[in-house]
Design a protein around this ligand. Structure first.
Ligand code: SF4
Length: 282
C-alpha cells in the first residue's frame, strides 16, 4: 500500500526534469509476465472475488445480467428477489403480465425495455431450449438481448466454463495497464485472452472488475492506495496522496457493505458485509 511508483511520484519537480527518456517499449514476454503478476497480486487483494449478482441458478444469473445494464449490481440484487419469488422459471416469466413485471423492475431503470427483454428471453428459453439455459456460447448469443458479455458471465459463473467479461471496468483497466490498445470489446477479449491461460479467464475477470469498482475508478483512481501501483504505467492518473486515496476506496475496501444481499461465505468470513435490501437504511 502507498508504495512509490517506478517514476517516483513524490518529487514532481525532479521527476519532471528526469522524465526526458521515453519508456522503453515492453517486450511481449515482459508484458505477459507483468499482466500475470498483476492478476496474482489482485488475487491476493481480492481472494473472495465473485460475481456480484445474486443468483441461485443459470436462469436467475442470465436475467440478472440482462437487468444490470445501465445500473448497479446492488440495485439489481435488491430487485430480483421479488421477481424470482413471483416468476421462478422461464415459463412463469414468459407468461407474465408485462405491466406487473414493469412494476417490479422499475427500480432498475429502463424498466419497460428490460421487461420486454426478460420476457422475450424467457419465451425463447421455453420454446427453443426446453426451459433450460443453454451452456454454449453459440446458443446463448442467439437469445434476444444476450451478447457475448452476458453470455460469458453466465458461462463462467453458472457453468464453470472459462470466459472473459469485457465490461466497462475491464475495458478501462486493461488500457490503463497497457495490456491492449484495442477499444472494441471483441478485440480486447481476444488480446487479453492470449496473455493468460484459459483456466484463469473467469477469475481474472473478477479480479479486474473488483479492482475497477473498489480502487481504480473511472474518474478518480485511488493510486495512493493501490496495491499494484508499482506495476501500473498509469500511476498518477488519480489521487496519489495515501490518506486522500484511502477515502476514495469503495465497498469493503472503504469499510462499506458489498453489492450482494447474499454474498458467498468466503466474503463474509473475510469481513465483508451483505448489502441491505431495497429501501433499508444504509
Ligand atoms: S491507475 Fe492508479 S489505481 Fe489504477 S491500477 Fe494504476 S496505480 Fe492503481
Amino acid at each position: 500500500m502507498g508504495e512509490q511508483n517506478p517514476g517516483g511520484g513524490k518529487k514532481p519537480a525532479k521527476a519532471a526534469k528526469r522524465a526526458v527518456k521515453p519508456p522503453k517499449p515492453e517486450s511481449r514476454t515482459a508484458l505477459v509476465r507483468r499482466a500475470r503478476r498483476i492478476n496474482r497480486e489482485l488475487a491476493e487483494v481480492f481472494p473472495y472475488a465473485h460475481p456480484e449478482l445474486d443468483f441461485d441458478n443459470p436462469f436467475q444469473l442470465l436475467v440478472a445480467t440482462v437487468l444490470s445494464a445501465q445500473t448497479t449490481d446492488l440495485r439489481v440484487n435488491q430487485t430480483t428477489p421479488a421477481l424470482f419469488a413471483k416468476y421462478p422459471t422461464p415459463e412463469d416469466l414468459a407468461a407474465a403480465n408485462p405491466e406487473e413485471v414493469e412494476e417490479i423492475l422499475r427500480p432498475c431503470g429502463f424498466f419497460r425495455a428490460k421487461t420486454r427483454s426478460v420476457i422475450g428471453l424467457s419465451k425463447a428459453l421455453s420454446e427453443d431450449f426446453g426451459g433450460e439455459v443453454p451452456g454454449r456460447l453459440e446458443d446463448l448469443v442467439k437469445l434476444p438481448g444476450v451478447g457475448r458479455k452476458t453470455a460469458f458471465v453466465v458461462l463462467g459463473n453458472a457453468f464453470g466454463r472459462p470466459g472473459i467479461t469485457v465490461d466497462t471496468h475491464f475495458q478501462r483497466l486493461v488500457r490503463r495497464w497497457r495490456w491492449t490498445e484495442q477499444t472494441d470489446p471483441d478485440k480486447i477479449e481476444a488480446e487479453i485472452g492470449a496473455l493468460f491461460p484459459k483456466s484463469d479467464w473467469t477469475d481474472l475477470s473478477h479480479h479486474v472488475i473488483w479492482h475497477g469498482r473498489r480502487i481504480c475508478h473511472a474518474r478518480k483512481p485511488a493510486c495512493g492506495a493501490c496495491p499494484i501501483a508499482p506495476l501500473c504505467p498509469a500511476y498518477g492518473e488519480g489521487e496519489t496522496d495515501p490518506e486522500k486515496a484511502k477515502k476514495l476506496l469503495k465497498y469493503e475496501k472503504g469499510g462499506f457493505p458489498g453489492q450482494r444481499l447474499n454474498p458467498p461465505q468466503a466474503y463474509l468470513d473475510a469481513g465483508g458485509k451483505a448489502a441491505p435490501p431495497l429501501g433499508a437504511a444504509g
